[in-house]
Design a protein around this ligand. Structure first.
Ligand code: MEV
Length: 422
């Protein structure tokens, strides 16, 4: 039977039932489950990973269900501390299912290494000299990473730019590197450092910075989906979502929050796979401002049948080999659950969930607001903090919601009343 990400009533299962279900569906071993439960916190590994390590910061991992991406069902692992994110993504994925789910494309894994050249008397002339020696420079870059080259990657092109700055014009060389399934920071930085002396020799200038750019606009991922009008709640809701999106695309104050909602999903999967979420965040926000103003990473239109057609486009420098992803046991189990086959496959999942997350936020904002959903979980958290145990948590939180008073003092009072009456 074909794998399905629709798991009826998944959210109603107990935690251990959920784990058993995922174990069965994703062929996890007992050892994989131990890793997820942090019975093996891999302290040695973390001590080697960073300096002065004293422990581990744990963040819950949730499974987003219902995703169908490029004709294949996927369960998505999200590491996030914020309530409602996983539920909202799963819900939006369900709304896209009648129309086939999400469809994606990628431009490939091309990263840019920047080399800053100062004190060049004739930058236009020097640019041409660099470009004329392109093959020689690329060869030098590729000698730094024979394995990447062996698998079909490596430095493939050079570009030069002359940019005005506070200290006058500077020449900037871009080294374009196909990093395949790696995020690529190490490969690109090594190559940029290695070619720097050659560039000084050619230009007669002084090279300063040699570093990867996180504006990875050669590593673009696109995802699209049609969200069903009826499942969304009708024409008014579709209209409301379009209005919410138009607001974001016209106003950077709103766009920042709109894109933050998208990054709720994107950073959560990035973290779950031990990828560099700061790099992903930097790239996404810089890309959102690429036209000279900061706008939305998504677009929405109404189809002829009145459904909502959504798209997302952003750079995603994600790796599945190398770096922390390769050595982090939880990242490996998470990749296994998602059935990831490579960096571009992971990027397709991430972009799709980003679009779903945005749709869910806009739908809530355009209708009942986001607080109702948030407050339910908040009420449960407050009840637990007030000392409620087991089914007391449900009873206390339900009463606070009914009364519309979701506060710590009320949680304590209701718990006292409840215990007195039993
Ligand atoms: C909250 O984490 C994310 C939202 O603010 C996103 C949005 O406003 O679009 C709900």
């Amino acid at each position: 039977m074909e794998f399905s990400s629709r798991i009826q009533g998944f959210h109603k299962l107990s935690q251990s039932e959920k784990i058993d279900k995922i174990k069965e569906l994703c062929n996890l071993t007992d050892a994989d489950v131990e890793v997820l439960l942090v019975k093996n916190p891999a302290l040695d590994l973390f001590d080697r990973m960073i300096e002065n390590n004293i422990g581990v910061m744990q963040v819950p991992i949730g499974i987003a269900t219902n995703f169908r991406i490029d004709g294949k069902d996927r369960l998505v692992t999200m590491a996030v501390e914020e309530a409602s994110v996983v539920a909202a993504a799963s819900n939006a994925a369900k709304i896209a299912r009648p129309h086939g789910g999400f469809f994606t494309s990628t431009t490939g894994s091309y990263m840019i290494g920047q080399i800053q050249v100062l004190d060049v008397m004739t930058p236009e002339f020097a640019s041409q000299e660099i470009l004329a020696k392109k093959e020689e420079i690329l060869k030098l870059a590729n000698e730094q990473d024979p394995i990447l080259v062996k698998y079909g990657g490596g430095a493939i092109d050079l570009e030069t730019r002359i940019i005005g700055s506070a200290i006058g014009d500077m020449l900037v060389v871009h080294l374009i590197v196909n990093t395949l399934d790696a995020m690529g920071a190490n490969a690109v930085n090594t190559m940029a450092e290695a070619v720097a002396p050659k560039i000084e020799e050619i230009t007669g200038g002084t090279v300063r910075l040699r570093i990867l750019s996180n504006l990875a606009d050669r590593r673009i991922v696109r995802a699209r989906a049609v969200f069903d009008k009826e499942l969304l709640g009708g024409d008014d809701v579709v209209e409301g979502i379009i209005e919410a999106w138009a607001f974001a695309d016209a106003d950077p104050y709103r766009a920042a929050t709109h894109n933050k909602g998208i990054m709720n999903a994107i950073s959560a999967i990035t973290l779950a796979t031990a990828n560099d979420w700061r790099a992903i965040e930097a790239g996404a926000h810089a890309y959102a401002a690429r036209n000279g103003y900061y706008g939305s990473l998504t677009t929405y239109e109404i189809t002829e049948e009145g459904h909502l057609a959504g798209t997302i486009e952003l750079p995603l420098a994600l790796g599945t080999v190398g770096g922390a992803t390769k050595i982090h046991p939880t990242a490996q189990v998470n990749l296994k659950i998602m059935g990831v086959t490579g960096a571009q496959d992971l990027a397709s999942i991430v972009a799709s969930v980003g679009l779903a997350q945005n749709l869910a936020a806009l739908r809530a904002l355009a209708t009942e607001g986001i607080q109702r959903g948030h407050m339910k979980l908040h009420a449960r958290n407050l009840a637990a903090q007030a000392g409620a145990k087991g089914d007391e948590i449900d009873k206390v939180s339900r009463k606070m919601i009914e009364e519309g008073k979701i506060r710590m003092d009320r949680a304590i009072e209701i718990l006292e009343e409840l215990r007195k009456s039993t």
